[in-house]
Ligand binder design. Structure first.
Ligand SMILES: Nc1nc2c(ncn2[C@@H]2O[C@H](COP(=O)(O)OP(=O)(O)OP(=O)(O)O)[C@@H](O)[C@H]2O)c(=O)[nH]1
Ligand SMILES: [Mg+2]
Length: 204
C-alpha cells in the first residue's frame, strides 16, 4: 500500500466548522472536496477511507452544512476538507449567498489549501455552479481535479459520450485541470483520485 493510501485509511474526523473564520490555524496542507449538493462529496471521502460513515451522507441534498475537517496525520498537518454543497434550490437564498461568500473566502484566502477536488455527478457535469467553482479556484490560484462521480449510473456508451464533451469543455474552462471517473458506490477510480491528491500534497 502506498504511503498516502494508508494515511487515507486511517484518517480521522477532526472538527466541524460553522464558518470560514472559525477554522483552525492555517498551517500544513489541506485538500478540499467541493461540489453541488448531493454530488457525493461525503461518499467519496468514505470510499477513500474505506469506511461507511466517517463523513455523513444523505439522499437528502444539503446534508453537509459546515466545513468538516479530517486529519490524515496525528499532528493534523495534512487534512481533507468536506465542504458544504452548493446549488441546492431548497436552501434559502440568504443561506446560499452566505455560503457563496464563505466558500469564496475559503478558496481564495486559505493558504494551506493546496488543491480542490470538485465532485460532479457524471450524468450532468459542469453546471453553472460548477463552472463558477472552477473559475473561483483559478482566481484563488488553486489546482483543480474534477471527479466525475456516480459513473455506475451510466451505461458504457453514454459514459464515453459524456466524457468526450466534458473533456472539451474542461480544456477551455480550466486548461491545467485534471479529471477522473469515479463511483463511490462501487469503489471504482480510487487509484486515480489518490494520485491527484498525492500531486496536490507533494507540490506543496
Ligand atoms: N449510485 C451512486 N450513488 C452515489 C454515489 N456517490 C454518492 N451517491 C449517493 O448520492 C447521495 C448523496 O451523497 P452524499 O455523499 O451525501 O453527497 P454530498 O455531495 O456530500 O451532499 P451534501 O452534503 O448535501 O452536499 C447519497 O444517497 C449517496 O448514497 C455513486 O458513486 N453512485
Ligand atoms: Mg456531504
Amino acid at each position: 500500500m502506498s504511503a498516502l493510501a494508508s494515511l487515507l485509511k486511517s484518517m480521522k474526523f477532526m472538527l466541524s466548522s460553522p464558518s470560514y473564520s472559525s477554522l483552525p490555524k492555517d498551517y500544513g496542507v489541506e485538500v478540499a472536496f467541493a461540489g453541488r449538493s448531493n454530488a457525493g462529496k461525503s461518499s467519496v471521502l468514505n470510499a477513500l477511507a474505506n469506511r461507511k460513515a466517517l463523513a455523513k451522507t444523505s439522499s437528502v441534498p444539503g446534508k453537509t452544512r459546515h466545513i468538516n475537517l479530517f486529519s490524515l496525520t496525528d499532528d493534523q498537518e495534512k487534512r481533507l476538507a468536506d465542504l458544504p454543497g452548493y446549488g441546492y434550490a431548497k436552501v434559502d437564498a440568504r443561506e446560499q449567498a452566505r455560503w457563496g461568500e464563505e466558500l469564496t473566502r475559503y478558496i481564495t484566502e486559505r493558504e494551506s489549501l493546496k488543491g480542490v477536488v470538485i465532485v460532479m455527478d457524471m450524468r450532468h457535469p459542469l453546471t453553472e455552479n460548477d463552472k463558477q467553482m472552477v473559475i473561483l479556484c483559478r482566481t484563488g490560484d488553486k489546482p483543480v481535479h474534477v471527479l466525475l462521480n456516480k459513473a455506475d449510473k451510466l451505461k458504457a456508451n453514454k459514459r464515453a459520450a459524456i466524457k468526450k464533451s466534458f473533456e472539451k469543455e474542461l480544456a477551455i474552462l480550466a486548461p491545467g485541470a485534471s479529471y477522473s471517473i469515479f463511483s463511490a458506490v462501487k469503489g471504482d477510480g480510487i487509484p486515480e483520485l489518490r494520485s491527484a491528491i498525492a500531486r496536490f500534497i507533494d507540490a506543496s
